[in-house]
Write a protein that binds this ligand. Structure first.
Ligand SMILES: NC(=O)c1ccc[n+]([C@@H]2O[C@H](COP(=O)([O-])OP(=O)(O)OC[C@H]3O[C@@H](n4cnc5c(N)ncnc54)[C@H](OP(=O)(O)O)[C@@H]3O)[C@@H](O)[C@H]2O)c1
Length: 263
């Protein structure tokens, strides 16, 4: 699951700046979330993650809890299981996200799909942060990273439910950052562009087929010349939750290979 062996080795050779940090990460079973889990574990963090389906393998030290982030009950169960395992929390990474594309356009998106998109891409983070942030406020320290998407800024009709939910996540994160910073809790957002992952690859393939283009055509829109890797996002997370980012709160770190699909 390590997607870039050389950068992982470099991490292991360096100081373990997240030693003992207790991390709750959603969607860590594959894709970007799995890369985040590996990166934070390599730096000494203790990581609990969740997804609806358990991965075939988990890296050493990763605690996996099966759960669904779309409901308040699911979130509470995940938060309870994480606290039971970790004894507290220093870092929350809201990474779980998903959406089905509607090539016919946004007016074809079913009402239930709108609700689903809001639940998994926006309200899951709101609810998990509400469940765990009071502990961080009480201890006077903590870091929250919410994973958004460049779809929030340049929203294609087939993914309007997803882009709108991610836009809400960015606005919410900014407000929460202002509210929690005086308590020593830093809230930041990461906005990935195109990143290779099982879920996103499937969406891109479906859209490319529907519009008579190839996935390579989509990748060719990235100025840096390649699609992103999970490691690219994981590195940004590792920075934002570390003391190197001690003065960073309310930021939206765009990691998109220069696509600049943002205001
Ligand atoms: N890859 C990209 O190009 C890209 C670009 C911009 C933003 N992002 C964002 O990056 C994050 C990670 O995406 P990814 O590309 O790595 O996607 P992915 O390969 O589909 O992985 C998504 C992860 O979230 C979990 N998940 C999805 N729905 C869930 C639910 N209801 N409850 C619990 N866990 C759930 C999945 O596991 P289960 O399905 O087993 O539950 C999986 O672990 C998402 O927030 C996504 O919106 C990705």
């Amino acid at each position: 699951m390590v997607q870039n062996k050389s950068s992982s080795t470099a991490v292991l050779d360096g100081p373990r700046e997240l030693e003992g940090k207790r991390v709750v990460l959603t969607g860590g079973s594959r894709g970007i979330g799995a890369a985040i889990a590996e990166r934070l574990l390599a730096d000494g963090a203790l990581v609990v993650t969740t997804a609806r389906t358990a991965p075939a393998e988990t890296p050493d030290g990763l605690e996996f809890v099966t759960g669904d982030v779309r409901t308040p009950r699911g979130i509470q169960a995940i938060a309870d299981a994480a606290i039971e395992h970790l004894g507290g929390v220093d870092v929350v990474v809201n990474n779980a996200g998903a959406a089905r594309a509607y090539p016919a356009g946004s007016l074809a998106i079913e009402p239930d799909e709108w609700q689903d998109a809001l639940d998994v891409n926006f309200l899951a983070a709101v609810r998990l942060n509400a469940a765990l942030a009071p502990r961080m406020i009480e201890q006077g320290s903590g870091a929250i990273v919410n994973i958004a998407s460049s779809a929030a800024f340049d929203v294609p009709g087939p993914m309007l439910h997803y882009g709108a939910a991610k836009a809400a996540l960015i606005a919410y994160s900014k407000g929460l950052a202002t509210e929690l910073a005086p308590h020593g809790v830093r809230v930041n957002t990461i906005t990935p562009g195109h990143v290779a992952s099982p879920g996103a690859d499937e969406v891109r393939e479906g859209l490319a087929t529907a519009f008579g283009i190839t996935v390579s055509d989509i990748h060719a829109t990235v100025p840096i010349g390649r699609i992103g890797r999970g490691d690219d996002i994981a590195e940004a997370v590792a920075y934002l939750v570390s003391d190197r980012a001690a003065y960073v709160a309310g930021a939206n770190l765009v990691v998109d290979g220069g696509e600049q699909r943002r205001p």
